[in-house]
Write a protein that binds this ligand. Structure first.
Ligand code: KMT
Ligand code: NI
Length: 179
């Protein structure tokens, strides 16, 4: 079962550590934020989900020391970008093919990070406009599929611009009836 919990905010500790506050978060709580979790057993399942939700594009990212020619600094630099709080203007899917990672999703009601640990087979539907960030675990390896509804939009919109973004405003309006 996928693990989700409130992040402990001990920012002096390496972000690749679990940072579990001890306060667990259920899948129902995630779905109220518009985040959906699925366990995927085979490629057909991910293809079916992509078709059902009209996803037209995908790519696979491999993040590990090896994928950066063992250049630890280059890997950490990339992680720094992924770990910056950001939004996307479209709904996107993240699916862990191998290894593991942390997706932190900001609960806009209490303004706290919810950390979701994804392992092989874990898939998250991340709504447009939700603040999130990504980090490896201490295993230092993930292979993940990123699915995009239209053209791959790697564009991450960071604060403070994201606050005024139409996708952000729409997102907040969309979850207000759930909370
Ligand atoms: C995102 O949207 O933050 C990412 O795609 C992070 C990298 S996926 C392992
Ligand atoms: Ni992102």
């Amino acid at each position: 079962m996928v693990q989700a919990y409130f992040f402990d905010n001990k920012n002096e500790i390496d972000a690749r550590e679990p940072h579990c506050s001890g306060e667990l978060v259920g899948l129902d709580q995630l779905s109220r934020l518009g985040v959906f979790y699925r366990f995927i057993h085979d490629d057909d399942e991910v293809d079916a989900l992509a078709k059902e939700r009209n996803y037209k594009n995908r790519d696979v990212v491999n993040i590990s020391r090896a994928s950066f020619q063992n250049d630890e600094q280059a890997m950490l630099k990339k992680l720094e970008v992924f770990y910056e709080e950001h939004i996307h203007e479209d709904e996107e899917i993240r699916y862990c093919l191998d290894g593991e990672g942390y997706f932190d999703l900001k609960d806009p009601i209490c303004d706290r990070w919810i950390r979701v640990k994804v392992c092989k087979g874990d898939l998250l539907v991340v709504p447009a406009g939700i603040y999130h960030r990504f980090m490896l675990t201490t295993q230092n390896y993930i292979k993940a599929m990123r699915l995009f509804q239209d053209e791959p939009k790697w564009l991450a919109i960071n604060k403070p611009d994201a606050d005024a973004n139409a996708a952000r405003k729409q997102y907040l309006a969309s979850i207000s009836s759930n909370t």
